[in-house]
Write a protein that binds this ligand. Structure first.
Ligand code: AMP
Ligand code: ZN
Length: 116
């Protein structure tokens, strides 16, 4: 369920400091350490899934819940009405830096994403 070398698994377990804004039995959301906009939240499954290439049919309830949490967070953070971007990077060409599946919820101005 977890990868002992994964930084996001350590954040989920509370083993390293982070700015967690939501956590439940399936997902954790925390502020990106290097925000590219006024709102930049990462939504991750508590289960270690490296990226979308290893996503399995049995994980579908997790993905659905991630989208529900995105909607709730967007409302709470008051970016729902004006809109936002939801980004999922996969693999080298997708510029995925952390090998634990995550959605970037990015809203507000100025917005500096994607980079490069
Ligand atoms: P990606 O390129 O999609 O893999 O994005 C990884 C994101 O994780 C980047 O936006 C980083 O700023 C962010 N990040 C890396 N380490 C941490 C951390 N310890 N806490 C919060 N965000 C992080
Ligand atoms: Zn992990």
């Amino acid at each position: 369920m977890r990868d002992p070398d994964c930084i996001f698994c350590k954040i989920i377990a509370g083993e390293i400091p982070s700015d967690i804004i939501h956590q439940d039995e399936m997902v954790t959301a925390f502020n990106d350490i290097h925000p590219r906009a006024p709102v930049h939240v990462l939504i991750v499954p508590n289960k270690h899934i490296a990226n979308n290439n290893t996503f399995q049919v049995k994980d579908e309830p997790i993905a659905g819940h991630m989208f529900t949490i995105v909607r709730k967070l967007a409302e709470d953070l008051e970016i729902a009405d004006n809109g936002y971007r939801l980004i999922l990077n996969t693999g080298e060409h997708g510029h995925q830096e952390v090998q634990h599946l995550h959605l970037h919820l990015i809203g507000g101005h100025p917005m500096q994403y994607p980079m490069g």
